[in-house]
Design a protein around this ligand. Structure first.
Ligand SMILES: *[C@@H]1O[C@H](CO)[C@@H](O)[C@H](O)[C@H]1NC(C)=O
Ligand SMILES: *[C@@H]1O[C@H](CO)[C@@H](O)[C@H](O)[C@H]1NC(C)=O
Ligand SMILES: *[C@@H]1O[C@H](CO)[C@@H](O)[C@H](O)[C@H]1NC(C)=O
Ligand SMILES: *[C@@H]1O[C@H](CO)[C@@H](O)[C@H](O)[C@H]1NC(C)=O
Ligand SMILES: *[C@@H]1O[C@H](CO)[C@@H](O)[C@H](O)[C@H]1NC(C)=O
Ligand SMILES: *[C@@H]1O[C@H](CO)[C@@H](O)[C@H](O)[C@H]1NC(C)=O
Length: 618
């Protein structure tokens, strides 16, 4: 992006002397510049791989593992030929010639009706239709009925050996202490065998109950790669893809707003190729970092200028204006201090992006004014209830986060939870597609910091799905992890969770504490799980007084937060006072801790925090 726009201007500056000599030269030159610029502006697919040096060698297109990961790849390919034995892969494969080879399984076959919109969509002339994961009968039948040419695209199907966890492992050795993370290879067709296609048609497997299905992902990826490599493009760089599927194709790849038509189980998309291309240039799953933030040494700041984002965003002149950080406050004022501190920390990180705060009417006018002076642009929303939540539950209205997708004045949002402080500039994240986030546990991402792309269409899908989709924790994180099972992994240091395994070794604990405390900072943001710093006395982390909260306790991280607080304006600080009720709770917990004689002994610390005697009403 940075390079792309600079180049053509430099060329134009250099041309006038030549152009003046002969007019024809000018015409040629202009033509040359246009072609050159077009080539320059094409998003380079390899940027991610180059930048990632030896790390991200593996993409969907070409997979060259540093360590071959042989066993897994082999297991994946085993038994995978049974579907295709009878098929002969020829570029313009004449289906009718091969019919005799195919063992008819007509009994289980429901013929697919050609959707009425297809002929209209393709218009006159003989068209080429690439067919993915379609029954043989359909391919030949369509060939006969339809005046176009159907091309069966063959690939080795993944087997049951290939688990979702292989692509989305709970943990990867992202700091490369003993290993270089790598991804197993998802088999793809031999794209060289195929010519250009007018439309790509695919039958998707679908299981509403289990969205983490590797074969389903594989079919999506085959189609996406075909669309990028072989799909004919229109002037808007869009190509045509048609799915037959009982459930919505994965929004992660085929964006909600790119759906042009739906007819029964038919879904017709016109995907923007550059956007798709960018996603395919990232690792297949969260088995590798989407992009290491560091060069060779993990403490270096990544060289942002080397990264290109998808072409559409850098063609928009004011693209910077269409990116923002955002957070959400709803249902209570408990996080107002957190949001104020977050805004201040963001500004101190040097970002010039808009800071957008969504609030509901639980936030008073006085607090709104403080939030605004901390740096937020405030938008008032109506909160959204989780229909499956219990009445009065602490997370009853956590679906309010969906409103972020309504911020359609922006192309990209980096959402940051209000219990986070940002210590290093995160603008780099705007280069990544929806959803890019750090890992949580299992195959899930943590929704505390995530890159998302606002879209009224996506918002509508959320609202329509909220009754049926089961969120594992009743919160937005569980819901979003069902809507976006395919996500890209950010380094842990981008959203460094303040928690410790209960079985953490002394070494692990001191390593984490060193990261929390480092100045200049070594982590990009700290996510304060457990009791929030502003709900404790500043003298120590009050998670030490409650046994269930020990895993969240870190005085180092606690003091790091107060350092940001100290740098704030006194007026803003006054919004971090304790309520009477919270003080009572704190004193009570200290007393219990003393009674139990908790060995961490924090209850012995004398409180010097002046907030102890400057309380606010509940
Ligand atoms: C495909 O097969 C049909 C029937 O066998 C034949 O008429 C047609 O010429 C073949 N087309 C090509 C391109 O080989
Ligand atoms: C098709 O498969 C069935 C059972 O799998 C087998 O009995 C039959 O002989 C096969 N037919 C042909 C034409 O290969
Ligand atoms: C999204 O919907 C809102 C109204 O609900 C509208 O104001 C806005 O223009 C829409 N955005 C787009 C990109 O269509
Ligand atoms: C729901 O939101 C509240 C307040 O914003 C937050 O403390 C809590 O962690 C969220 N719960 C879940 C399950 O996301
Ligand atoms: C700590 O416990 C978790 C699960 O409870 C386990 O996955 C992890 O390997 C354990 N770590 C150590 C160092 O024992
Ligand atoms: C706390 O204060 C008490 C009385 O003011 C004093 O006796 C005690 O030594 C202090 N403790 C610490 C750890 O400073």
């Amino acid at each position: 992006m940075v390079e792309g726009l600079g180049f053509p201007q430099r060329i134009i500056k250099a041309t006038p002397s030549k152009a003046l000599v002969i007019r024809i030269n000018l015409v040629f030159l202009a033509f040359f510049i246009i072609v050159y610029a077009a080539l320059l502006l094409r998003p380079s697919l390899s940027v991610y791989h180059e930048n990632a040096a030896s790390l991200v060698r593996c993409s969907i297109r070409e997979c060259h593992h540093k360590d071959e990961n042989g066993i897994k790849v082999k297991a994946v390919l085993e038994e995978s030929t049974d579907h295709d034995e009878s098929n002969i892969n020829l570029p313009n494969y004449n289906k009718s010639k091969n019919i005799g080879l195919i063992n008819e399984t007509t009994s289980s076959h429901d013929e697919l009706e050609i959707p009425s919109f297809l002929k209209k969509m393709l218009g006159k002339g003989k068209k080429k239709i690439g067919m993915v994961n379609m029954d043989e009968e359909d391919v030949s039948e369509w060939n006969r009925k339809y005046l176009g040419e159907t091309i069966a695209v063959n690939f080795d199907h993944v087997t049951d050996f290939f688990k979702w966890e292989d692509l989305f492992p709970e943990w990867i050795d992202e700091e490369e202490e003993s290993d270089v993370p790598s991804c197993p290879e998802v088999p793809m067709p031999d794209f060289k065998r195929y010519g250009k296609m007018d439309v790509i048609l695919a039958k998707l497997p679908c299981n509403e109950k289990e969205r983490r299905d590797v074969f389903r992902l594989q079919v999506h990826l085959v189609v996406a790669n075909l669309a990028v490599k072989k799909g004919k493009r229109d002037w808007n760089k869009r190509t045509r893809v048609v799915f037959w599927s009982k459930c919505r194709p994965m929004m992660e790849l085929f964006r909600c707003s790119e759906l042009v038509k739906r007819q029964g189980n038919w879904w017709f998309f016109e995907p923007e190729i550059p956007k798709l291309e960018q996603k395919l240039s990232l690792p297949v799953g969260s088995c590798q970092l989407a992009l290491p933030l560091w060069g060779q040494g993990i403490h270096d700041i990544y060289d942002v200028t080397k990264i290109q984002s998808s072409s559409t965003s850098y063609l928009k002149k004011k693209s910077k204006k269409r990116e923002a950080y955002a957070t959400v406050l709803h249902s209570s004022e408990a996080y107002v201090c957190g949001a104020i501190t977050l805004a201040q920390s963001l500004r101190r990180s040097g970002t010039d992006r808009d800071l957008i705060l969504l609030i509901d009417n639980s936030i008073s006018a006085e607090k709104r004014a403080a939030l605004a002076s901390a740096g937020w642009q405030i938008l008032v929303i109506t909160r959204i209830r989780n229909p499956n939540a219990e009445k009065g539950a602490y997370n009853e209205y956590n679906y309010s986060k969906f409103r972020l997708w309504q911020l359609t004045d922006y192309d990209k949002i980096v959402f940051v939870d209000a219990d986070i402080i940002v210590l290093r500039n995160l603008d780099l994240l705007f280069h990544f597609p929806q959803i890019t986030a750090a890992g949580n546990d299992f195959s899930l991402f943590n929704s505390g910091i995530m890159v998302l792309e606002p879209s009224n269409c996506t918002f509508k899908v959320f609202m329509e799905s909220r009754n049926d989709v089961v969120s594992y924790n009743g919160g937005d994180q569980g819901f979003l992890n069902e809507m976006f099972v395919w996500w890209h992994r950010l380094p842990r240091r981008v959203n460094f969770l303040k928690d410790f395994w209960s079985n953490s070794t002394i070494n692990e604990i001191s390593f984490k504490n060193e990261l929390f405390g480092a100045d200049p900072p070594k982590v990009y943001a700290i996510h304060y799980l457990g009791w929030k710093p502003w709900l404790c006395y500043r003298d120590y982390d009050c998670n030490w007084d409650v046994e269930e909260s020990f895993v969240y306790a870190s005085d180092v991280a606690h003091h790091r937060w107060w350092k940001v607080y100290d740098a704030m304006d006194e007026k803003l600080q006054s919004f971090c006072r304790l309520t009477k009720r919270r003080k009572t709770e704190l004193e009570w917990e200290r007393r219990i801790a003393r009674k139990k004689g908790l060995v961490n002994g924090h209850w012995r610390i004398n409180i010097t925090d002046p907030r102890r005697s400057h309380l606010v009403k509940d």
